[in-house]
Design a protein around this ligand. Structure first.
Ligand code: NOJ
Length: 553
């Protein structure tokens, strides 16, 4: 087989090769002891992230919010919600992270605000056609008396995408659009006032010193002219990942917004970066989000969604390097986040589980935990050898599985309520982290409170337990990150190698990386000297669901 070499797009900016660790603030560490994580909690645990070896952290939203969608419903974009602390706590956290050489990215939620945002409250009081209503997407209803919604769009969280309001005089009135919950009205991004407001919000956080933004729903901000009807397929992923030509996803107009923001960020020093959350049907389309004058990174969701299959995984890696490389951008790699089933569980699924569906007490055919963890460790060992930037989600370094037995009364994801309990939603990947096996709430705080219950067996995943075990998932991640840095694997090229149809295999310089996704061991060269194994094994046969890095001779 001819050697095929693929290059990551060149460039020295930090975000091209960074390992970025996602913090979900409400579940990371809770200094106040109220059961919900906070900014002082993050500050107090930064040393553990430095020891892990990450380059940057991304914080899911901590801005003022009624928390109807765990903070993705922002009421004040320029302040910290009291649940999480204060702006001063944010500045302290930022300084402490920078002092440890860790960059900080914050979440920006521009597609929609909370219904408690002052603009939306003003819009509700104002008349149809007013300047206040024009900041959102208000329309008259259809039907004889406007009693039917303006079109047939369905919310990502279930139910219709339109909510009718009562006008100031008490009569039933117009409808407003909400891609997500009814408490998350969509802004009208064709309105220059909205654009100017977000420029100012970007400057607010850039002036404070943040290194960039993860941009929420970066594929939804512009809707097709005329808002034509659209019915998604019944097995669609909730964020629209698999569908082409959806009138509210991936419209061309979004790119002007990113070009504008790119210029704004370029006025600051330090290579500030934008990373788009855009679920799109193809990598080619995804790569349009990171053309040279747009965003710097975008999440590689096709990679995240790839099943545990050697051909599919090899293909998506090849395509990612090609398609992102063609526009001069690094590929990103990601296996878990706060919206998907944790990969230590997802990779062992035996039945289809569309994104947003979740797993709960009544889900049949629960994935096998041992297989799931082996695959997760193998998948990450492969991922961290790839050129480009990798995202880690808090807890995956402990090998945490999805929490599948959360009792109904604890559930908070709007998906659970809007689908009338048909879809469990995303709470199972959001359970607070275990830090110390013998402490209250496993060291999440010192009161023992936790907004979602932590499974008892998480004692075995606690950071202090794993720190003491050289074969733990935490030890594996720490080793991988150190080796990745030492070998400069975040950039450069890879050469594909052939270890049979069940392997994904390539070489980075003189380091060979082989993952076994099949059902039988794979013979490795007798002279292999192993740098890292995703799980311990003896001899030179690579067990199934295992990845190794090795040199020869
Ligand atoms: C994507 C976020 O990741 C998700 O958690 C949220 O519910 C939606 N966007 C709406 O903001």
């Amino acid at each position: 087989m001819p050697e095929i070499e693929q290059f990551a797009a060149p460039g020295s900016e930090w975000w091209r090769s960074a390992v970025i660790y996602q913090i979900y603030p409400r579940s990371f560490a809770d200094a106040s002891g109220d059961g919900i994580g906070d900014l002082p909690g993050i500050t107090s645990r930064l040393d553990s992230l430095k020891d892990l070896g990450v380059d940057a952290i991304w914080l899911s939203p901590f801005m003022t919010s009624p928390q109807r969608d765990a903070g993705y419903d922002v009421a004040d974009y320029r302040d910290v919600d009291p649940l999480f602390g204060t702006l001063a706590d944010f500045d302290t956290m930022l300084e402490a992270a920078h002092a440890r050489g860790i960059r900080v990215i914050v979440d920006l939620v521009p597609n929609h605000s909370s219904d408690q945002h002052v603009w939306f409250q003003e819009a509700l009081k104002a008349a149809p056609g007013s300047r206040e209503r024009a900041r959102y997407i208000f329309r008259d209803g259809t039907g004889e008396n406007g009693e039917l919604p303006p079109n047939n769009w369905e919310s990502v969280f279930g139910g219709g995408m339109w909510q009718r309001v009562t006008e100031a005089d008490g009569t039933p009135g117009q409808w407003y659009l909400h891609i997500f919950d009814a408490t998350q009205p969509d802004f009208d991004w064709t309105n220059e006032e909205v654009r100017e407001e977000f420029r100012s919000i970007l400057r607010f956080w850039l002036d404070r010193g943040v290194d960039g933004f993860r941009v929420d729903v970066a594929h939804g901000m512009i809707k097709a002219d005329g808002l034509p009807d659209y019915t998604p397929p019944s097995d669609a992923d909730s964020m629209g990942g698999g569908e082409a030509n959806v009138p509210y996803w991936g419209q061309d107009g979004v790119h002007d917004i990113y070009r504008d923001w790119h210029e704004l960020l370029a006025q600051y020093d330090g290579d500030r970066a934008l990373c788009g959350e855009a679920w799109l049907p193809t990598l080619k389309k995804t790569s349009l989000w990171v053309r040279p004058d747009e965003m710097h990174q975008t999440f590689n969701f096709p990679y995240l969604m790839t099943a545990w299959d050697a051909k599919a995984l090899g293909d998506v890696i090849r395509e990612s390097l090609d398609d992102f490389g063609a526009v001069g951008a690094p590929s990103t790699w990601v296996l878990s986040n706060h919206d998907v089933v944790r990969h230590a569980t997802r990779l062992a699924l035996t039945v289809d589980n569309p994104q947003g569906e979740g797993i709960g007490p009544h889900t049949p055919n629960k994935p096998d935990a041992v297989i799931g963890l082996a695959r997760a460790r193998a998948a990450t060992t492969l991922m961290l050898a790839l050129p480009g930037s990798s995202y880690l989600y808090q807890g995956e370094e402990l090998g945490l599985p999805e929490a599948m037995e959360i009792p109904d009364e604890y559930r908070q994801d709007p998906t659970w309520f809007r689908t009338k309990h048909e879809r469990y939603g995303r709470d199972g990947c959001r359970v607070p982290l275990p830090w110390e096996a013998d402490a209250p709430a496993f060291g999440f705080n010192d009161t023992g409170l936790s907004w979602l219950p932590q499974p008892d067996e998480w004692a075995t995943y606690a950071r202090d337990v794993e720190l003491a075990d050289p074969n733990s998932t935490l030890s594996l991640y720490t080793e991988l990150l150190a080796l990745r840095r030492a070998h400069g694997f975040g950039s450069g090229s890879l050469v594909w190698e052939d270890f049979g149809a069940d392997a994904v295999a390539f070489r980075r310089g003189d380091v060979h990386v082989v993952a076994n996704l099949g059902t039988a061991p794979i013979a490795l060269p007798g002279d292999a000297t192993f740098l890292v194994k995703s799980q311990p094994f003896a001899g030179s046969e690579l067990p199934v669901d295992t990845t190794v890095w090795f040199t020869r001779g």
